[in-house]
Design a protein around this ligand. Structure first.
Ligand SMILES: [Fe+2]
Length: 245
């Protein structure tokens, strides 16, 4: 961990600049039948998206987390004092809730989120020296840019940490998770994690179905889940249609 945070103090080299390009919408002419089928498919997709939370109309937010830009190595940038609006998370499909692990009503809210989103699996991850085997090595892996084929869902019960996620311009956005913060990173998003100054965090891990924790390190541009994620990011029309439901 010492190595990890030491890295955050150094200036990175040239940040990799791989901005995503907007796709121009094609002007395909549908027959009436095809158009109807397409609309039905979109409606079905929208219902499924509501269930799974792909780019919902609004992020369920209260007691919002602090969000700001960092450099390629996690270092502060010149504008590091500037906090970003939470729409920054919304546009890349990241969800956030704030619960209170000490309050019974949060149990109900957590149960509702799990029910609504199908998170039937749950376990705990205690990341701290002496508690987690191969602590330094695991932290190094957590901080290596990667994606998963499924959502990454974490509820912070103690301590804190930083989830860094790539924005639409392929820059790092840092989300500071503290006690009570619950975050869902969409499948296919590039991200990394490290601890904050507290040097420990206790997380609840949730999952839909049998858990798969496999991390696919960048680059993964041929991975179908990555391709689907990027397509959704860029597809403004679909985004508007989904938001309208
Ligand atoms: Fe991850």
């Amino acid at each position: 961990m010492a190595t990890q945070r030491a890295q955050t103090k150094t200036r990175g080299g040239d940040p990799a600049s791989r901005p995503y390009r907007r796709q121009s919408s094609s002007s395909t002419i549908f027959s009436v039948e095809k158009e109807r089928t397409a609309l039905e498919a979109l409606r079905t997709q929208s219902q499924s998206n509501q269930l799974l939370g792909w780019f919902p109309p609004s992020i369920p937010l209260n007691m919002a987390p602090q969000v700001w830009m960092v450099g390629e190595d996690g270092e502060d940038l010149k504008n590091h004092g500037e906090l970003l609006p939470l729409s920054k998370l919304q546009e890349i499909g990241v969800l956030y809730w704030h619960l209170d692990p000490k309050k019974p009503e949060s149990e109900e809210e957590l149960a509702k989120i799990r029910k609504d989103r199908g998170y039937n699996y749950m376990d705990y991850l205690d990341i701290r020296p002496g508690k987690l085997a191969n602590f330094e090595e695991k932290l190094k892996n957590f901080f290596t840019e990667h994606m998963h084929a499924d959502e990454e869902i974490r509820y912070c019960l103690e301590g804190g940490g930083y989830f860094d996620v790539r924005d639409k311009d392929d820059k790092w956005v840092r989300i500071w998770i503290k006690e009570g913060g619950m975050i869902v990173l969409p499948a296919g998003i590039y991200h990394r994690f490290t601890l904050d100054a507290a040097n420990h965090v206790k997380l609840m891990r949730l999952f839909l179905g049998e858990p798969v924790w496999t991390a696919h390190n960048r680059p993964q541009e041929d991975h179908p889940v990555r391709q689907e994620y990027v397509k959704r990011l860029m597809d403004d029309n679909a985004g508007l249609a989904l938001a309208a439901h």
